[in-house]
Design a protein around this ligand. Structure first.
Ligand code: SAH
Length: 509
């Protein structure tokens, strides 16, 4: 039997408390290499974007209405994965060995003879308070801290909680999994001698954009939590360090703190916008409306790429076109010099930036990122490179692009061929649950980064929440919004993600 056991390795990795930036470098490297990922609800959706294509994803957490896979099932699943895949990553919220049942999983793997490694993570017990402005220790108020579980969940016996030991302990106390029995636990602590005037805080969804915090005292925390609508997952902190939150709460000072911002771009493209908004404190809801897919005619595309070195000009309409084109190019050619001496045009700075990543600079790019302006730029600067008449051009674009570039350059006697590099199709998955959230909770700002995000969002028939403001990346997207009777509250000055983010920040002032 042992002979047929293929010893893949299982890595139990701490995902940190929510902010994907709190993942360790080692953890991220392993996620990038994983052949199979087993994860639950507390893992950030951004981390799923780090997986290599084809990695098997297995969700074992709770889904609305459904129960999570029982622990025994997860243990067995991990062994099964190790049989199938060289590298399995078991991603767990916070640190895998802090109330994460990582210990049980490791013991089970050990017993089954499966090699494993542990990659510790940043625990919510420390990072949660830190993100709310509470250091778990401070020289002036305490020299120790205690972390305990409030035994959330009906299956656990209440008696296993050493209330009097916890009440008697010096210093800061941090409780995880304590929300469903918060009132009882606080009362029990007071009865056991904990001062009911001890400063106390509860931090929900700590380190994520949804972070919410209340401060009170041990005597009043349950009421304050109820009033603020705070529920699990939350970290509770008791002790004098809580008083420091009034000076050290750096998080709520961020410019987009508390703003729920919807991102409608494709999952592949969203990361820049998502991380910039998140860094400014926004609660980002990733709701991809479209997905980039292969072009309908893959053979035509491949042939166009192979022929590309014969053209006088290569014109790129979008960053996706650049990515798809060069993926295909490097599948055929090894050396960038094979591209030949073609001049290069890009519609906008995003496209130019994508070209720059592979060391190609653009010869022509309009000041405003629209097709009409690119044509106008050719008109203006034509003499510099001998005009466009009888010049061969390969126009690389997505299937849904407008025809302006082709029609106008043909009118000017250029010989334009097309290279259809991708198509955009509606995104049907709601992997992060953002669609459900938008329906139930609404949002403050919705961003549109292309006409197709507008059209596909409208096709989804999701409600546009009342008072939700609209941010558009540029004039073409704004015009498409107008077709639906919508007017953006703000439009980016330049057709770029940083400019869109800037525009959103300026709306807060
Ligand atoms: N291993 C995890 C804890 C798992 S137990 C860690 O080290 O953080 C699950 C509990 O952790 C939740 O009930 C909650 O108390 C806490 N928790 C995890 N992530 C949290 C977050 N982002 N915000 C608040 N509490 C969190």
């Amino acid at each position: 039997m042992a002979a047929e056991f293929q010893h893949g390795k299982v890595y139990l990795i701490g995902a940190g408390p929510g902010d994907p930036g709190l993942m360790t470098l080692k953890g991220r490297d392993l996620i990038e290499q994983a052949d199979c990922l087993v994860y639950d609800a507390l893992a950030s959706p951004a981390m799923l974007g780090w997986l290599k294509p084809g990695c098997e994803k297995i969700y074992v957490g709770k889904r609305s209405g459904n129960h999570a896979l029982p622990q025994k099932g997860i243990n067995e699943l991990l062994v099964e994965c190790a049989r199938k895949y060289p590298c399995t990553v078991r991603l767990k919220g916070g640190d895998p060995y802090v109330f994460g049942r990582g210990g049980e999983e490791a013991l089970f793997l050990n017993e089954a003879g499966v090699p494993f490694e542990i990659v510790p993570g940043v625990t919510s017990a420390i990072a949660g308070p830190a993100y709310a402005g509470i250091p778990v220790t401070h020289r002036d108020c305490c020299s120790q801290f205690t972390v305990f579980t409030g035994h959330e969940g009906a299956h656990k016996a209440e008696s296993s909680l050493d209330i009097s030991g916890i009440a008697a302990a010096q210093g800061t106390k941090v409780m995880l999994m304590g929300m469903s029995r918060l009132r009882e636990t606080m009362q029990a602590l007071v009865q056991a001698g904990q001062g009911d005037d001890t400063p106390a805080a509860a931090i929900q969804w700590a380190t994520t954009g949804r972070q919410k915090c209340v401060t009170a005292t041990v005597g009043t925390l349950a009421d304050a939590v109820e009033q603020a609508g705070i529920a699990s997952p939350a970290v509770v902190v008791l002790g004098d360090v809580v008083n420091l939150a009034s000076c050290l709460d750096w998080r709520s000072r961020l410019p987009l703190s508390g703003q729920r911002v919807v991102v409608t771009r494709t999952r592949e493209q969203a990361s820049d916008l998502v991380s910039q908004l998140a860094a400014l404190g926004a609660d980002v809801m990733e709701l991809p409306t479209i997905r980039i897919a292969d072009p309908t005619d893959k053979r035509d595309f491949a042939e166009a790429v192979v022929d590309a070195p014969h053209y006088d000009w290569l014109i790129f309409s979008s960053p996706n076109g650049v990515k798809r084109f060069f993926q295909a190019f490097f599948a055929v050619y090894e050396d960038i010099r094979e591209i030949g001496g073609a001049r290069i045009a890009a519609v906008g700075p995003g496209t130019a930036a994508e070209l720059k990543k592979i060391g190609l600079m653009v010869d022509v790019m309009p000041a405003r990122a629209v097709a009409e302006e690119l044509v106008a730029e050719f008109d203006r600067r034509g003499d510099e490179f001998g005009g466009v008449a009888n010049v061969t051009m390969l126009w690389v674009h997505g299937e849904q692009a407008r025809r302006v570039i082709y029609d106008e350059l043909m009118k000017r006697q250029a010989i334009v061929d097309e290279c259809l590099a991708y198509s955009t199709v509606p995104e049907t998955e709601d992997a992060t649950g953002a669609q459900a959230r938008l329906r139930e909770e609404g949002a403050d700002i919705i961003t549109f980064t292309s006409s197709s995000t507008v059209r596909h969002f409208m096709a989804m028939n999701l409600p546009l929440p009342e008072n939700c403001r609209i941010a558009s990346i540029g004039p073409v997207t704004t015009a498409t919004l107008a077709e639906y009777g919508l007017k953006p509250d703000v439009e980016a000055a330049a057709h770029t993600i940083p400019s869109l983010v800037e525009a959103i920040v300026s709306m807060q002032k």
